[in-house]
Write a protein that binds this ligand. Structure first.
Ligand SMILES: [Fe+2]
Length: 595
């Protein structure tokens, strides 16, 4: 039986295809359309999923949409009526898409895929999140916690699962939302909502949480983890443009200017920002205030997440926890869950945000609606996207007119790649199927030597142009992970294999890998040989050559673009950036050295 899951119309549209409960293909639409966080109907992602399995839409038994549009519409109407006249513009704007697309999703899917309406089902938004975590986990029973901006009404849910039974026991409803709270501060700190939340997390490391008391003026948290937000500090419930109100500005002062580069005395002034300004000290002090606000909201969010995690596990009587929803991408909080709560085993599916709901919706129907309990799928790697054969890669290289080396022997290819990394080159790696979720985990990654402190600046200057507070992550082979990082036992590494866990670098190792050291911590990716053999081999061989089996890994894209999908995307990024070499399948392309 084939079930296609679809999510779209909010952000990160995606499609996922399962067959008899096993995932076959999954991808976010942005990888094909090249529009970051593309929210439109995922035509191309669906086309890829079907093509990958060699089937037609007529071969689908069910298509499941990841949320219930009419319930969501009801929330929009009620909120608009309650907030009128403040909500007038938001209501008028949103009606355009609701009346033309969102409400008629069933007939849209039916028309686009040419299938009968009886085959189209709907799952609840947070149930899709919950299913996307639990039904991909290796657990037979677990507490389940989901949190995001908002689904239909729910923003946070606590539930439990056993076998193929998954239930939600408790919900917190809009406008009380941990995701929207964090997003309001993301906007206050000068970043794009639904994109800059990682930046707030990175920035927090440079501040001290001195405004925690002020954050607790806008949110009240109860002992069972539930919370209440004072709506007078926020605007997301009546405005499409602003997420916080003047009252929040009166509490925290002026929002940070969007155009001002961020740096503090601790981060220093990066060379790729241009010449150091004369008033560096003054600007660094200005930014320090905002880093302190970032640290404060991060601290409160972490404490709330930890309370909810404790509550979920205590209610379920379980030491296993599955997390999903955009908030589950807060990798610093995830690290603290394992260190500070009774949770022993944590599973976070790599596409924890709305992108992952297409998969969750499909798995929910397979297990819960259809009652299948025999087969369980375990997602132990994230390589579910499209792959390209040698012919496509060579043709793309020739079209671009690059000189290349074809290296048929895999060991030789690895050695040549290691030589380049060791000599300080920045290497784009393009291999196999692209990753599911927002992280590049080796198959569409830019790699560099983590022992060289200057690599942070080199990768930023040549390619990423990111703010200095945004860390680069390490990929480490599993056998060396505990030697370098303060990680719990092997089961706890489930979240770390998807780079969703921030942990401390062991004191004695911090100076050995300065390029991936973020104030003593790292968002580590543990690489296992059984699921990523070629990437594992590359890191292992780098370790043989240097004594350090770790690589700096950042996503293969330039700022503002989605991660590359095709060989053409990779070569365009290679041409438009300072990447020295791309290794694509068995092909090596070096940038000509200017003499
Ligand atoms: Fe969501």
């Amino acid at each position: 039986m084939r079930i296609l899951g679809i999510s779209c119309y909010f952000h990160d549209a995606s499609a996922a295809l399962i067959e008899d409960g096993q995932l076959k293909a999954a991808a976010e639409e942005e990888r094909f359309t090249r529009v970051k966080h593309d929210l439109n109907f995922p035509d191309k992602a669906i086309e890829f999923c079907l093509k990958h399995e060699g089937v037609d839409s007529k071969d689908l038994d069910y298509v499941v949409f990841y949320e219930k549009p009419f319930t969501k519409f009801e929330r929009l109407l009620k909120t608009s009526i309650q907030g009128f006249p403040k909500t007038y513009w938001m209501f008028a704007q949103s009606m355009r898409t609701w009346l033309f697309d969102k409400l008629w999703i069933k007939s849209l899917i039916s028309t686009k895929l040419g299938i009968d309406g009886n085959k189209i089902l709907f799952s609840d938004h947070h149930m899709s999140h919950a299913a996307s975590a639990y039904f991909c986990s290796p657990f037979n029973e677990s507490a389940v916690l989901t949190f995001d901006g908002v689904g239909e009404w729910a923003t946070t849910t606590i539930g439990r699962a056993e076998g193929n039974h998954l239930q939600i026991d408790k919900e917190i409803h809009f406008p009380h939302s941990l995701g929207l709270l964090y997003s309001a501060f993301t906007s206050f700190l000068g970043f794009e909502v639904n994109d800059g939340e990682y930046k707030v997390m990175g920035m927090a490391a440079y501040g001290s949480p001195k405004y925690v008391d002020k954050v607790y003026k806008v949110i009240k948290v109860h002992s069972d983890g539930s919370f209440w937000m004072d709506p007078s500090y926020f605007a997301f419930h009546y405005s499409a443009r602003n997420s916080f109100s003047r009252k929040l500005v009166r509490l925290f002062g002026k929002p940070r200017s969007k155009d001002l580069p961020f740096y503090t005395e601790t981060s220093g002034y990066p060379s790729y920002f241009g010449p150091r300004p004369k008033n560096f000290a003054e600007l660094a002090k200005y930014n320090q205030h905002y880093a302190d606000i970032a640290a404060s909201i991060q601290r409160v969010a972490e404490d709330m997440i930890l309370s909810l995690a404790r509550e979920a596990c205590s209610r379920a009587g379980s030491k296993n926890l599955c997390l999903a929803g955009g908030v589950a991408l807060n990798s610093v909080a995830n690290g603290r869950i394992l260190r500070e709560t009774p949770v022993e085993n944590l599973y976070v599916q790599p596409a924890a945000g709305d992108g992952g709901c297409s998969l969750g919706a499909a798995l929910y129907v397979w297990h819960c609606a259809l009652g299948n309990d025999k087969t369980r799928f375990v997602m132990d790697h994230a390589y579910w996207g499209e792959s390209y054969d040698d012919k496509s890669i060579q043709s793309a290289i020739e079209d671009k007119g690059f000189a290349f080396q074809y290296v048929s022997d895999k060991d030789d290819l690895v050695d040549r790649t290691v030589d380049r990394l060791q000599s300080g080159k920045v290497v784009g790696r393009f291999d196999g199927r692209f990753e599911w979720g927002p992280r590049a985990l080796g198959n569409r990654s830019i790699l560099a030597d983590p022992r060289r402190e200057e690599m942070k600046n080199i990768v930023n200057t040549k390619i990423k142009f990111r703010e200095p507070f945004r860390p680069f992550a390490p990929s480490v082979i599993a056998s060396a992970s505990q030697e370098y990082f303060d990680l719990p036992d092997e089961m706890s590494n489930l979240a770390a294999r998807f780079m969703l866990l921030v942990t401390n670098i062991r004191d004695e190792k911090r100076e050995i890998i300065p390029a991936v050291n973020h104030m003593g911590t790292a968002r580590v990716q543990i690489v296992f040989e059984n699921v990523s053999p070629s990437y594992h081999k590359l890191i292992e061989r780098f370790g043989d050559a240097t004594g350090v089996p770790i690589l700096l890994n950042t996503s293969f894209n330039i700022r503002g673009e989605p991660i590359v999908n095709t060989p053409e995307d990779a070569l365009r990024t290679f041409s438009n950036s300072g990447i020295d070499t791309v290794v694509m399948g068995n092909y090596i392309v070096d940038k000509p050295q200017l003499i």
